[in-house]
Design a protein around this ligand. Structure first.
Ligand code: ADP
Ligand code: MG
Ligand code: MG
Length: 252
């Protein structure tokens, strides 16, 4: 479904992604780990089409279509979801109105009838309960005054409502206490099915106790330096990145 070949990308003149090959089949969960600054977030931004990132070599296709050729809305419609895509606060625009627009835009592009206000309210309430956010979050301004954990829960709610085919979840565990982590993981697990895949960027094995990955990849200096199964994450937890010969330096 998602096929990345020899991808090189960067920002301005700086090369960040330096030759990534990755195939993600329907239903698979891939975890990406790696030292700070290795290019994990950049990979998500490049795939989602964020402004300013330039692909210099290689390709990425989603279900055979050239993902890199699509604009950001087309990628969303094609089923690519990047959590953190909407991290901004939009005071005055309610979470619910914002999400209804996004979901209906995607439906419109697929020639599906838009949800009515009533239909969407029902779906949104269910999603809100699922991520254990109080229902008044639907009425609040987008991310306005949300805590870190509430933003993460909100992202998972967006994912549940948008029903993407591939979800790229960046730093899924940063700033989450154990309850929020469990809720986020439950949200992801509830959306796992044979047709939907996930890329989960994480620093900690802890998250992978809850979201069991099919594959784990270590990214270092813009390249995947090792791939394996879930046991690779356990090894990283125990030994750090030293065994890969990576000179790991804490940056942020
Ligand atoms: P990770 O998510 O693995 O921590 P990033 O993708 O955020 O890594 O960053 C990879 C490298 O690219 C880092 O060296 C970072 O400083 C650099 N980088 C990221 N964004 C920019 C930018 N907007 N301008 C210049 N350098 C950037
Ligand atoms: Mg970083
Ligand atoms: Mg990052």
């Amino acid at each position: 479904m998602l096929s990345i070949q020899n991808l090189h990308a960067g920002i301005e003149d700086k090369s960040i992604i330096k030759g990534i090959d990755l195939t993600i089949n329907p239903g698979e969960v891939h975890a990406i780990m790696g030292p700070n600054g290795s290019g994990k977030s950049t990979l998500g931004y490049v795939l989602s089409g964020r402004d300013g990132y330039e692909v210099t070599e290689g390709s990425a296709t989603l279900n055979g279509e050239d993902l890199l050729d699509m604009d950001i809305e087309e990628r969303a419609v094609a089923g690519f979801f990047l959590a953190f895509q909407y991290p901004v606060e939009i005071p005055g625009v309610s979470n619910m109105v914002f999400m209804k627009e996004a979901v209906n835009a995607a439906r419109d592009a697929k020639k599906q009838a838009p949800y009515t206000a009533g239909e969407f309210l029902k779906l949104a309430k269910e999603a809100c309960k699922q991520v254990q956010l109080p229902l008044d979050f639907l009425k609040r301004g987008v991310n306005e005054g949300f805590s870190g954990g509430e933003k993460k829960r909100n992202e998972i709610m967006q994912m549940i409502l948008l029903q993407p085919t591939i979800c790229f979840l960046d730093e899924t565990d940063s700033g989450l206490d154990i309850d929020a982590l469990q809720t986020v993981a439950n949200g992801v697990n509830s959306q796992r099915d044979a047709n939907r895949s996930f890329v989960v960027v994480t620093h900690y094995q802890r998250l992978l106790d809850f979201i069991e990955p099919d594959f784990v990849h270590i990214l270092a200096d813009g390249k995947i330096v090792q791939s394996g199964d879930a046991s690779l994450a356990l090894k990283v937890e125990k030994e750090g990145y030293g065994f890969l010969g990576i000179n790991y330096k804490e940056e942020d």
